[in-house]
Design a protein around this ligand. Structure first.
Ligand code: IPE
Ligand code: IPE
Ligand code: MG
Length: 237
């Protein structure tokens, strides 16, 4: 089974990297700053890393921005995160001018109307971009995603014999996209937190103690070097 999809100098890139952008709060705490400062720093870092991934020719990047469980946080923090998202979406430079094709994955229904409009604009404005496919997971939960796929299958009236793994994959937010090859989680936590649980079935993982706002291209490069040393067997020999 080939490990490599794309040649880049001596090294090869995974087709799809997924990142859990965690550790903003702890980053702020270490500096005696409010958690909002951590989210601002995390957002800036996200833009830098997305641009870097685009520059090196990565095909797909999926980032975890807000989970279905993150609504449990204080209202003030949720509002702060949504405002950071608004600012990001208003700045077309972040995707269109960069030739980045942006797509939001998650249940967008409960979001504020203005955010939904900004998302629709960002997606349509970057529709023809030929660079990085950037998925932003927002109000995303893997279990929620699979539950919705099951509901759709039932509504479509499919019968049990017709259901294959593809039937489910095609009804996930990531339909038509390759599964993540490499899942990166900084911040010292060793869990998926409901991220891409179906798609991650055969992903490789990379964990690091670095907090997300401190995760720089050099860390990504280290992770990519490590990926090149992995031997993916997919159950074969
Ligand atoms: C990730 O950083 C951002 C979101 C979950 C929205 P955290 O806010 O979870 O940071 P820590 O884990 O508290 O340090
Ligand atoms: C996962 O981080 C979600 C995002 C990074 C958006 P959390 O900080 O919410 O995860 P837990 O609570 O530590 O599992
Ligand atoms: Mg966290």
């Amino acid at each position: 089974m080939p490990l490599f999809r794309k040649k880049e100098k001596e090294r090869v890139l995974p087709r799809h990297i997924a990142i859990i952008m965690d550790g903003n709060g702890r980053w702020a705490k270490k500096r005696s700053l409010p958690r909002s400062a951590g989210h601002a720093a995390g957002s800036k870092n996200f833009k830098d890393i997305a641009r870097y991934c685009n520059k090196i020719g990565l095909e797909y990047l999926t980032v975890y921005a807000f989970s279905t469980e993150n609504w449990k946080r204080p209202q003030e923090e949720v509002n702060n995160i949504m405002n950071i998202l608004r600012d990001y979406l208003k700045d077309a430079k972040n995707f269109k001018d960069e030739n980045i094709k942006v797509k939001f994955i998650g249940n967008l229904e409960p979001l504020d109307e203005d955010i939904k409009e900004l998302i629709a604009d960002a997606e349509s404005e970057s529709e023809n971009a030929t660079g990085l496919h950037l998925n932003i997971a927002l109000n995303y939960g893997g279990r929620d995603e699979i539950t919705n796929a099951v509901k759709r299958i039932i509504k479509e009236g499919l019968s049990a014999e017709d259901i294959t793994e593809e039937t489910i994959s095609e009804r996930l937010y990531t339909a038509g996209q390759p599964d993540p090859d490499y899942i990166i989680r900084p911040s010292g936590e060793y869990r998926l937190s409901n991220y891409l649980i179906w798609q991650a079935a055969y992903a490789e993982y990379w964990f690091s103690d670095v907090l997300w706002p401190d995760f720089k291209p050099a860390h990504l490069e280290k992770a990519l070097d490590e990926y090149n040393r992995r031997n993916r067997r997919f159950g074969g020999i």
